[in-house]
Design a protein around this ligand. Structure first.
Ligand SMILES: Nc1ncnc2c1ncn2[C@@H]1O[C@H](COP(=O)(O)OP(=O)(O)O)[C@@H](O)[C@H]1O
Ligand SMILES: [Mg+2]
Length: 274
């Protein structure tokens, strides 16, 4: 794929958000203001930000779910492979290759593991999904063991694995994950990190939302920091890991309880009261 394109070549991005603004509640709440974001083919792109910064809103704008949460894309565009997704339903976007693992491991609790996977492959022919299902069982042996169990009876970590496997049933070109490690034990967080790398190595581009910045930046080709409606910082994973404001706010290094990226930035600019 993109591997034989020389670096620096102006290749059309897989996903591009240009000047995206979103409001909720009929315009009363401005959630995003003029966001630009790019995911190139084959990349893992990370979106960091404190609670309420607009991370989930960004994913909803991409998945087409905004209208279902009372949100509206007021300006700007979401382009997939150069094509404007405006007017495209969430199901159509899934068919075009965008799959999402929603915040909070939303599996169907009253369906079995296998039924959850079948539901995940809804837009594909049964024969094809059978093959993908077996691949998922190879990738997630715990799901193979529990294939006849109700999803609601799985542990939190197992449910997250199922949510990821279900999203992969569509063979997406872009997989979006909304805080997949939230509330899970360190060992499972490490497993999720490995999985994201493995999925990406298989050719799927990834847009990952995380609060666990150390984990996410360690695997990010590129990352963005959302800070209350706008992008406050962006760079390669390595650049953001080395950024003192990111360290202070997200990595717990020399933190003083500052709540926003800009506050940390400005405090240092003032001559570092730290
Ligand atoms: N359905 C909604 N109705 C009204 N306001 C919302 C809704 N969803 C999110 N918001 C507001 O939009 C902002 C961004 O929220 P969100 O995208 O969920 O942030 P994050 O995922 O970074 O925590 C917050 O101020 C939040 O309160
Ligand atoms: Mg969120």
């Amino acid at each position: 794929m993109s591997t034989d394109v020389p670096e620096g070549t102006r290749e059309r991005p897989l996903l591009e958000l240009t000047d995206v603004s979103v409001t909720y509640s009929g315009g009363a709440v401005q959630a995003l203001q003029g966001i630009d974001l790019v995911v190139r083919r084959g990349q893992i792109v990370v979106l960091l930000g404190v609670n309420g910064a607009g991370k989930t809103t960004t994913l909803s704008a991409i998945s087409g779910l905004l209208p279902y949460s009372g949100g509206s894309l007021d300006s700007g565009a979401v382009l997939l492979d150069g094509q404007d997704l405006r007017g495209s339903t969430p199901a159509a976007r899934v068919q075009r290759g965008i799959s999402m693992v929603m915040e909070g491991r939303r599996v169907f609790p009253d369906l079995t593991v296998e039924e959850n996977l079948i539901a995940g492959g809804f837009s594909r022919a049964a024969g094809e999904t059978r093959e993908t299902r077996e691949q998922m069982y190879g990738m997630f042996p715990i799901l193979a063991e529990r294939r006849r169990q109700l999803a609601g009876l799985l542990s939190g970590g197992e449910q997250q694995m199922l949510a990821i496997a279900r999203a992969l049933m569509q063979r997406p070109t872009l997989l979006m994950l909304d805080e997949p490690s939230l509330g899970l034990a360190p060992l499972i967080v490490e497993r999720i990190r490995e999985l994201v790398v493995e999925i990406n190595a298989g050719g799927t581009s990834v847009l990952l939302i995380e609060q666990n910045a150390a984990m996410a930046l360690s695997i990010a080709d590129y990352a963005y920091v959302l800070d209350g409606k706008t992008i406050a910082q962006h760079g390669t994973g390595a650049e953001l890991l080395a950024d003192t404001s990111v360290q202070e706010l997200y990595l717990g290094i020399a933190g003083e309880g500052r709540r926003s990226f800009r506050a940390a930035h400005e405090a240092r600019a003032r001559g570092g009261a730290r």
